[in-house]
Write a new protein. Structure first.
Length: 107
């Protein structure tokens, strides 16, 4: 015996065929779609983080040059000294991201 949905039920969104009954198959399909959506959102967030890190790596040298142009030699020197740590850190973040993506896609 199938249980029919009440009017305006929160589970009505899971009723794929619109017959007023939510089957196990419909619930499983809905669950798979939700997991796919979450996976896609996670990938988008990681992609945005990677682009932000890459743009930071590209713009960092221009900050050093701009500091020198505006006569802020001490700032340029400090930024130059920090560059080695910054680039290694950002490269590590990106390597971890791409490594994790390759490993997860391999499974």
């Amino acid at each position: 015996m199938n249980k029919r949905l009440e009017p305006d039920s929160e589970y009505a969104a899971y009723d794929a065929d619109g017959d007023g009954i939510v089957t196990d198959e419909e619930l499983n399909t809905s669950k798979e779609l939700q997991e796919l959506k979450i996976s896609h959102e996670r990938a988008d967030a990681q992609r945005a983080m990677s682009w932000f890190a890459l743009w930071g790596m590209l713009l960092y040298p221009s900050l050093v040059v701009a500091s020198s142009m505006f006569g802020l030699e001490q700032a340029a020197s400090i930024l130059g000294d920090m560059a080695s740590v910054y680039f290694v850190s950002v490269a590590g973040i990106l390597a971890a991201f791409f490594g994790a993506q390759a490993w997860s896609n391999k499974k």
